[in-house]
Structure formats: structure tokens, C-alpha cells
Design a protein around this ligand. Structure first.
Ligand code: OAD
Length: 251
């Protein structure tokens, strides 16, 4: 992002008016929010992880059962990659918005922890966290590990795995409940940097639409949500979110 890029974009005035009127904000983020930090998204052509790797072989319980080492090592590689990145202006703007707004909930599909590193608190981690580990068998949490092989669980001797949601697995109950509660109460819903293709995460925007909340999408590309959203801001999150933070700050 450059200052010039941010200077060039302007919020549509009906959106600025709507934002000034709304109190209860819910922001749902996806991997596009971390793209400007250098963390690859999943579905972008060429650069997305799923363009290079098969999710069935790396992000399912069946994959871990049949080849735990490969799955563990792939997550160790991603952990290392994430460790070398920093929050970008999109993460920082969301942390500032949380400080500025009384009623603000951040739900993320991202497992990279960059929102927390930017200063966001009480982040609802819909798909878990790559930093944490848990036992594949008994689900007890375990310590972080740099080991090249999945360590043994101290409780049951099972293998440790990253505490992320894999395909075919349920969303953690507390996250599902917190996100559901927030969407039932919000009057503006932002969908930022997500392809809106993965459920149940994508259903949150649908609930917001059904409740007639103001739905705002921020994404350089169109998604299945775009034509339904009240406002579609085309462009990077690192450009648009600081503009929104400026507005709220009164800048
Ligand atoms: P996707 O890779 O499906 O979508 C990323 C979205 O970010 C795309 O719509 C891009 O256009 C957009 N994007 C790219 N750069 C951006 C930028 N600078 N600013 C804003 N948007 C940008 O990623 P997700 O929607 O996050 O699940 O994927 C959802 C889930 O699918 C992930 O949580 C993961 C994956 O499989 C699990 O791991 C369970």
C-alpha cells in the first residue's frame, strides 16, 4: 500500500452515512487480510495454497491419519512462514477500530494470529489457531513445538496436531456461538478478504443479509457475496480499512 493509493480511494457517501449511524459492528476476515503481510491465501490462482497443494492430503483428519509426518511438516513450514511476517495496515486498522467502537466483534477464519499481534483482543477464531497444538485423539492442548515430527500427547500418547479446523471437522463450539450471537446483534457486517466459499463461515454474511444489517464487502475480486452486499469496496483491505478507521477517528 502507498499513501497515494489510500488518498485515491473515497468511501461512497451513503456508506459513510450508514457507518456513522451504526453502533454494532461485526467484521469477518479471511486470508486476503493477511495477503499484504506475505501470507498466501488459499484460492487465489497461482499464489493460493490450494493452487499448489491438495487440501485432501494436508487439511483433513484422514490425511493426518495416513501420513501424520507430512501433514505436521507442512504446518511447521506455514508456522515458520507466518513467524517471519508482521501485521499490515489492515490488521492495524481493525485493532484501532476495536478501540474506537464500543460494540465491535472481530471474527476471523485466519489461523495466523496476525490480528492479535496487531493488538486486536477477544478475536473469535472460527478455524482455530496454527500456533496451538492439540492431541489428535483426546483433544487435550499441548505445548508449541519445533519438532520435525508430531510429538506424543502427554495425556494419552496420541499424536499432537495443529489446533486448526480441517475439512470435514466441526467449528469449535465457543467460536460458533460467539459468531452466531454477534451476527444476530450486528447492524453492520463487513466481509473482508474472504472468497465467501467456505461454510459455515460464509453463512454468517447470509444471516446478516437476512437480518437487513448493512453488509459491506472489501475485496479486490468479486465473490458470491458481491452482488448481494449493500456496498462492495473493490481493492485491498490494507487500503480500505485505514480509510474506514480514519472516518471513525474523525480524520
Ligand atoms: P480464499 O483464498 O478462499 O480467498 C481469499 C480472498 O481474499 C479472495 O476472495 C481474494 O480475492 C481476496 N484477497 C486477496 N488479496 C486481498 C487483499 N489484499 N485484500 C482483501 N482481499 C484480498 O481464503 P478464505 O476465504 O480465507 O479453511 O478461505 C476460507 C477458508 O478456506 C480458510 O479459512 C481455510 C481455507 O481452506 C481452513 O483452513 C479450514
Amino acid at each position: 500500500m502507498s499513501d497515494t493509493e489510500q488518498d485515491r480511494v473515497e468511501l461512497p457517501s451513503p456508506l459513510a452515512d450508514a457507518l456513522a449511524r451504526t453502533e454494532r459492528w461485526l467484521v469477518m476476515t479471511g486470508s486476503g487480510v493477511s495477503a499484504e503481510s506475505g501470507v498466501p491465501t488459499f484460492r487465489d490462482a497461482q499464489t493460493g495454497l490450494w493452487a499448489q497443494y491438495d487440501p485432501q492430503q494436508l487439511a483433513t483428519p484422514e490425511a493426518f491419519e495416513s501420513d501424520p509426518e507430512t501433514v505436521w511438516q507442512w504446518y511447521q513450514w506455514r508456522r515458520e512462514l507466518i513467524r517471519e511476517t508482521s501485521p499490515n495496515p489492515a490488521h492495524l486498522a481493525l485493532a484501532e477500530l476495536q478501540r474506537l467502537k464500543q460494540d465491535f466483534v472481530l471474527v476471523t477464519q485466519n489461523v495466523d494470529g496476525l490480528h492479535q499481534r496487531a493488538g486486536s483482543t477477544n478475536v473469535v477464531e472460527f478455524h482455530g489457531s496454527i500456533q496451538r497444538n492439540k492431541c489428535f485423539l483426546c483433544h487435550q492442548p499441548g505445548p508449541e513445538s519445533d519438532a520435525p515430527h508430531p510429538p506424543d500427547c502427554a495425556h494419552c500418547g496420541g499424536l499432537m496436531r495443529p489446533d486448526v479446523v480441517w475439512f470435514g471437522e466441526a467449528i469449535p463450539g465457543a467460536a460458533l456461538q460467539a459468531a452466531g450471537h454477534a451476527v444476530e446483534g450486528c447492524d453492520v457486517f463487513f466481509s473482508v478478504g474472504t472468497s465467501s466459499l467456505v461454510y459455515p463461515a460464509a453463512a454468517l454474511a447470509e444471516t446478516a443479509l437476512a437480518r437487513k444489517a448493512t453488509v459491506v464487502e472489501i475485496n479486490p475480486n468479486s465473490t458470491p457475496l458481491s452482488s448481494h452486499a449493500d456496498f462492495s469496496l473493490r481493492g485491498p483491505a490494507g487500503v480500505w480499512l485505514p480509510v474506514i478507521a480514519d472516518l471513525v477517528r474523525g480524520g
